[in-house]
Ligand binder design. Structure first.
Ligand code: ACO
Length: 325
């Protein structure tokens, strides 16, 4: 029976690499500290003139091509981002114009690093209800535009990139289940304080560096392990599966220690986790999007495999999706 599934995938990474050695010249840190504490070796940096939409457009074009569609065939665009080009208009509208998806409605969602998982979940509802046929879901982030390059506790973690998928009716790669959740009591743990309606931009907010992201790393770490494992478990159970039935877990690439702890909680061996954090760091909503596209391209997913995408992010948001490949 046909139901919502993945029709095409694509991802894009800016070519400029920033290594841990490069960061050693900016802040008091070391390659050894960053590798052992986070698993990150390098990250990509988008050019100064590029915004999230420019990154998203590249991944979108590849996903549309991969699905053997034309931009005019897309009837909805959902962009997950916390680094949109502007507060408004939405980045999805800008991408709609740039790729010529003239028949598409478009909106952005803000679920931080869980955004791509939330986007797939929303797309599934629209496809299964019959309202839309071909939905472009994009995770696009220029995280380095929010980073305080003098704060060693955060600047080593993030990178830029984008990934996209087309969700439509399909006989394979079906979205078997999903679970999304939120714990708003943790909303202070990871935030960009100024520039919104609470603290609009002033000279003081700039002086006090309130336009850069702030994070309580230790607290986020502890919660991340719990909520990611819970979300994955819920989606896997909803799909009528056991954790041992999962062939590949594709987690949000936040910190290698978090990911290994989640895998341990789920009873999954390391070889069943897809990891690319070493190359790209944390790209927020683009992390799971890029990882899914890369895992497929690298032949890590085979027909019939059960794939679980799981993420957590600022909010705190969390969610998981099981795809039967
Ligand atoms: N280089 C060297 N030393 C550092 C660095 C660095 N880059 N950063 C921090 N340190 C120091 C600290 O100052 C501290 O020193 P002190 O003991 O003298 O005070 C020491 O290292 C230990 O610091 P901790 O914060 O306890 O280090 P921890 O092992 O917790 O690692 C990290 C920090 C990597 C941030 C970790 O807490 C983490 O990964 N947290 C989760 C972050 C995350 O996943 N965020 C994802 C969400 S992103 C999103 O949703 C948009």
């Amino acid at each position: 029976m046909e139901q919502a599934g993945i029709l095409g995938l694509g991802c894009y990474l800016p070519s400029r690499k920033m290594t841990n050695k490069d960061l050693e010249k900016l802040v008091d840190t070391s390659d050894e500290w960053i590798m052992t504490r986070t698993g990150i070796k390098e990250r990509r940096i988008a050019p100064k003139e590029s915004a999230a939409s420019d990154l998203g457009v590249e991944a979108a074009k590849l996903a549309i091509k991969d699905a053997r569609l034309k931009p005019e065939d897309i009837d909805l665009i959902i962009v997950a981002t916390v680094t949109g080009d502007m507060a408004f208009p939405s980045t999805s509208c800008i991408i709609q114009d740039k790729i010529g998806a003239i028949n598409a409605a478009a909106f952005d969602i803000n679920a931080a690093c869980s955004g791509f998982v939330f986007g797939i979940t929303i797309a599934k509802q629209f496809v299964d209800s019959g309202l839309y046929k071909n939905i472009l879901v994009i995770g696009a982030e220029k995280m380095t535009s929010l980073v305080d390059w003098t704060d060693r506790s955060t600047c080593v973690l993030f990178g830029d990139g984008s990934g996209a998928c087309i969700v439509g009716k399909s006989k394979d790669r079906q979205i078997a289940s999903y679970f999304i959740g939120c714990d708003g009591s943790g909303s202070n743990l990871l935030r960009l304080p100024a520039g919104g309606s609470r603290i609009p931009a002033t000279e003081d907010t700039v002086k006090n560096k309130l336009h850069f992201l702030k994070m309580e790393g230790n607290e986020v770490f502890k919660l991340a392990v719990k909520v990611m494992a819970d979300a994955a478990n819920k989606a896997i159970t909803k799909a009528g599966l056991l954790c041992s039935d999962i062939n590949l877990l594709i987690p949000h690439q936040a910190n290698i220690r978090i990911l290994l702890a989640v895998a341990k909680k789920l009873g999954l061996p390391e070889e069943k986790i897809f990891l690319n954090i070493e190359k790209y760091g944390n790209m927020s909503s683009a992390s799971t999007a890029v990882a899914l596209a890369e895992a497929n391209k690298d032949g890590r997913i085979k027909k019939g495999d059960n794939v679980c995408l799981v993420a957590f992010g600022s909010g705190l948001t969390y969610g998981a999706v099981v795809i039967k490949w």
